[in-house]
Unconditional design. Structure first.
Length: 167
């Protein structure tokens, strides 16, 4: 009987130490709720894609703002998170030339890439990007934000370091 009680106490302690019934962190919650990228790009809504990693402090810092944006604009905008440490997303990492995180890819309602932002973004910057995507207006002029060109590159692409190559 004593061993059973001790086992129950240890099990409860382990459960509590692992987070218990606390809600998931915003980054993890958003990633689990994300639509599949192909679905998001084809549903007629603008899409904000974030390439992230669980260990990325900038990604973690942006997560509450991203969660707020997803909640406030649910049905108007798709927010998709893709973890660069998950081999499932390697084709997308290669396709969108992810070489640092967080990296945002911005798509209009027809699924066309219209911008890319590399690095951490403040809540106000994320809101400005979101507003422009939903209103189908030009993206705001922000440092580290590049508009996508419809022109095809003329030079052969040179291999770049991957998002996990820095230490």
């Amino acid at each position: 009987m004593l061993l059973a009680a001790l086992g129950a106490v240890l099990a409860l302690a382990l459960f509590a130490l692992r987070g218990g019934l606390q809600p998931a962190a915003p980054l993890e919650k958003l990633a689990r709720q994300s639509l599949d990228l192909s679905v998001a790009l084809g549903d007629g809504r603008p899409t904000l894609v974030e390439f992230y990693a669980d260990w990325c402090e900038a990604c973690q810092a942006m997560a509450p703002a991203m969660e707020t944006i997803e909640e406030q604009h649910h049905g108007q905008l798709d927010v998709v998170l893709l973890n660069v440490d998950n081999p499932r997303w390697q084709p997308e990492i290669d396709r969108y030339e992810v070489n640092g995180i967080p990296q945002l890819e911005l798509f209009n309602a027809s699924g066309t890439a219209i911008g890319r932002a590399l690095g951490a973004r403040s809540k106000s910057e994320l809101e400005a990007l979101t507003t422009a995507l939903i209103a189908e207006t030009p993206l705001p002029q922000l440092a580290g934000l590049a508009s996508q060109s419809s022109l095809q590159p003329t030079l052969a692409a040179t291999p770049m370091a991957g998002p996990r190559s820095h230490g």
